[in-house]
Design a protein around this ligand. Structure first.
Ligand SMILES: Cc1ncc(COP(=O)(O)O)c(C=O)c1O
Length: 296
């Protein structure tokens, strides 16, 4: 990011930048010195090499480079392998190689017209204002209706929070309950964002392998052996991306019994793909299991 110091208008931009960096500068003129001071301080804290500068050194034609570094929290997150694979597939396709894309979980059809029309109509009808943070009451009531009708579980609208995507919901849930040092248990193979979301919450992902011979389902003894007093979340994904496994009712009951023995351990049940399922499998919402009353 470059801040130009070209005229008096831009001086006030420097004043703004100075405040952004934490200065309490009272006047625009003194904010230059504060900016210089803060840049040096910032660079020391984050071990970034930056040339210190003084008020005298900043002439009206200088461009001042501000170093914006990422926080250790963001730096701990690895780049998305899904995006890397998608980019690679795009490059291959552009080079004329026939590619079947299995990276991003995106359907091979456009948004159905009925949904697109509903969105367009909603905007035309003025549904463009802030909503309650948890989502409109009408939508939360409709979700409760869906949960009752399709999943047989009872919720009230005040127990529902709507977000922009499953990823956002998962991030918010993990941030809401995990403290630094907590452990998040993730059966592998897993959706690649789970460990990164745990890291964003300063928690430690604990990966439990599963095997094709077990239909990639969690081994109960392994689960029990990995639960510690730091275990905060078990993330279950059923039907699973990427394995396609569906947890049968009996296995979920047993997992619920194990989880119930550990009051600090919660379950985040990712049921994003509940409708992508093939007979004879049937999906089970984890909330059916009372023993697991701590499910998120
Ligand atoms: C298992 C799983 N959970 C959550 C998500 C995120 O879904 P959304 O696109 O709604 O953020 C995905 C997307 O690929 C997924 O595979």
């Amino acid at each position: 990011m470059t801040i130009s110091l070209l005229n008096s208008t831009n001086i006030s931009r420097v004043g703004f930048a100075s405040q952004f960096l934490g200065s309490n500068s009272a006047t625009k003129a003194s904010s230059l010195a504060y900016l210089s001071f803060n840049l040096v301080q910032t660079s020391r804290r984050q071990s970034y090499k930056i040339n210190s500068m003084s008020k005298a050194e900043i002439s009206s034609s200088d461009q001042v480079k501000v170093v914006i570094s990422l926080s250790p929290r963001v730096n701990s997150v690895k780049p998305s392998k899904t995006v890397a694979i998608t980019d690679h597939a795009t490059a291959l396709a552009q080079a004329g190689v026939p590619v079947i894309r299995l990276a991003s979980g995106e359907p091979d059809f456009d948004t159905p017209a009925i949904i697109a029309e509903a969105g367009i109509n909603a905007i035309r009808e003025g549904y463009t204002r802030y909503t309650p943070n948890a989502g409109t009451l009408e939508l939360r009531t409709a979700i409760c209706h869906k949960l009752k009708e399709e999943n047989g579980i009872s919720y009230t609208p005040d127990q529902i929070v709507v977000s922009n995507s499953a990823k956002q919901s998962i991030l918010q849930a993990v941030l809401a309950v995990c403290s630094p040092g907590d452990e998040v248990i993730i059966p592998a193979p897993y959706w690649l964002s789970y460990p990164e979301v745990a890291r964003l919450a300063d928690a430690t992902p604990v990966i439990l392998p599963t095997f094709i011979s077990d239909n990639f389902l969690l081994d109960l003894e392994l689960l029990e052996s990995k639960i510690t007093e730091k275990s905060r979340l078990l993330i279950l994904c059923s039907p699973s991306n990427p394995t396609g496994s569906v947890y049968p009712k009996k296995l979920l009951e047993k997992i619920a019994e194990i989880v119930a023995k550990h009051p600090r351990l919660l379950v985040l049940s990712d049921e994003t793909y509940e409708h992508i399922i093939y007979a004879p499998a049937t999906t089970q919402a984890l909330h059916h299991f009372q023993a697991c009353g701590t499910g998120l």
